[in-house]
Design a protein around this ligand. Sequence first.
Ligand SMILES: [Zn+2]
Ligand SMILES: [Zn+2]
Length: 141
Amino acid sequence: MPRMPRELNPNWNGGFYIDSYGYKKILMPENPRADSKGYISEHIAIAEKAYGGPLPSLAVVHHHSKTQLILSENQSYHLRLHKRMRAFKSCGHAHWFKCYYCKQYKDPVCFNKPYDICKPCKKLSRKKETCLPKNMSSTLI
Ligand SMILES: [Zn+2]
Ligand SMILES: [Zn+2]
């Protein structure tokens, strides 16, 4: 079984563990965001360091990538970031929406409402249509 002896982990400081989401938790009992056992997520500690003090109470630290953290003003903004991140991962366009019917990411011009059913799916019963992004469709009209 592959395992990593903790002595070889350069980050080992005797006071952290990895939680069920894969986040590293470090022991900082004096931090206001610490849980009942005195641990906070490592990315929060990093963000506070960069921020220069305790974060605003509603702020959520978004783990953008291994090296990038984004401070979002509240949880709903944070969830929006995640939607955009999923879209970007799936189709390369952060602002595209996923159609709940065909499960495909498409340009917002293909939707009447964000995250709704896309226009081509609405007409699916009649004929197959492809929906083109704005800049492409203008050349076809
Ligand atoms: Zn996040
Ligand atoms: Zn669709």
